[in-house]
Design a protein around this ligand. Structure first.
Ligand code: DP6
Length: 334
């Protein structure tokens, strides 16, 4: 199955329809996985080996403004700056746009505004591709539903499949070869007291793309065979924690899921770690504070930064220990 086959299957007759409007605009939140997606059963159409579960970060994410462009090439701007057409960032985006047009027509002017650090392990590709598919939907006037948008966003980046909704989202891995059952599903529960602290220890782009790192882990790590069972246990614990607002259960499960994912990478060959000394210092600080009674946990993605998990009642304490952390309340003000 190729990406273009999935696009044709989802769009049906709409595949050949000309754009209805000159432009389309959309926002999608970034999401942080509490139970990670790490490993694919299909690398072309980003089908995961396991399900995963995330929380969207409210108004932290990307806004895409897409316009029909009458020049010779697409033009891509990120936070007002034009991005080199041959950069890996542009190539990936153009490759995605090509799925939805014929012989490179129409050309687009794409303005992306992101308020999360690009490539610092804060899932910027997730909100980028989710907002891009929504902007394409608006421009072409397809009127796709959330499930269809989630399937198409997945073709850009796996984690983007979860960025179509606010709050908690589960990405069902699905079992079909065409991936039509592999998409996000919103979990209705909200948890207004839940806080996330974005602890940036480095804004430098990560060394090895997550795409490559997860494939190397799947093919070379002896620990990877334990991962699917760990995920299925953690998914049910997280859903239980969410349904009864059991924060220690949520925090412990999310942290243990992240450390297990990173352990599988470290045992890959050649070994992979996204941690830098500051990452480990921050982890030790979390563990120390927890041993002193603070209900504080972390998760980490494909980058050196940590996301702290805690409840609103502990905001001041967390701020005093991590003054540099940016605090997000995913369920407040959306
Ligand atoms: C560690 O979604 O970036 O953030 O599907 O190859 O684009 P591709 O990978 P990507 O991987 C995200 C990995 C992760 C875990 C997660 O978000 O679940």
């Amino acid at each position: 199955m190729k990406k273009s086959d999935v696009v044709r299957a989802v769009l049906g007759d709409r595949y050949h329809v000309a754009p209805l409007h000159h432009g389309g605009q959309a926002f999608a939140p970034t999401n942080i996985a509490l139970c990670k997606y790490w490993g694919k059963r299909d690398q072309d159409i980003n089908l995961p080996l396991t399900s995963s579960l995330s929380i969207s970060l409210g108004n932290k994410g990307a806004t895409v403004d897409l316009r029909i462009h009458h020049g010779a090439h697409d033009e891509i701007f990120l936070n007002e700056y034009e991005v080199d057409r041959v950069s890996p960032f542009s190539k990936r985006l153009i490759e995605f746009l090509n799925l939805f047009r014929h012989h490179h027509e129409p050309r687009f002017s794409v303005h992306i505004k992101s308020n999360v650090p690009i490539a610092a392990g804060l899932a910027s590709s997730a909100c980028g591709f989710a907002s891009l598919i929504m902007a394409l939907d608006a421009l072409f006037g397809w009127k796709l539903d959330q499930r269809e948008l989630s399937i198409l966003a997945r073709l850009g980046s796996g984690s983007a499949t979860r960025s179509l909704w606010p709050g908690f989202v589960e990405w069902h891995s699905g079992i079909r070869g065409d991936g039509m059952d592999s998409h996000g599903v919103m979990i209705e529960e909200t948890w207004p007291e839940l806080c996330i602290g974005l602890l940036i220890v480095s804004e430098k782009a990560k060394g090895i793309p997550s795409r490559e790192a997860m494939q190397r882990t799947v093919t070379t790590s002896a620990l990877y065979s334990a991962w699917p069972a760990k995920v299925s246990r953690d998914l049910s614990l997280l859903k239980q924690a969410i349904s009864v607002c059991d924060f220690p259960l949520l925090g412990k499960t999310a942290e243990s899921n992240a450390t297990t994912m990173h352990a599988t990478m470290l045992s890959a060959w050649p070994p992979i770690t996204y941690a830098i000394p500051e990452t480990l210092l921050a982890m030790q600080q979390v563990w120390q504070l927890r041993s002193e009674g603070l209900s504080l946990y972390f998760t980490q993605d494909a980058g050196p930064n940590l996301k702290l998990l805690f409840l609103q009642k502990d905001i001041d304490t967390v701020k005093s220990h991590f003054p540099q952390a940016e605090i997000v309340q995913p369920f407040v003000g959306c």
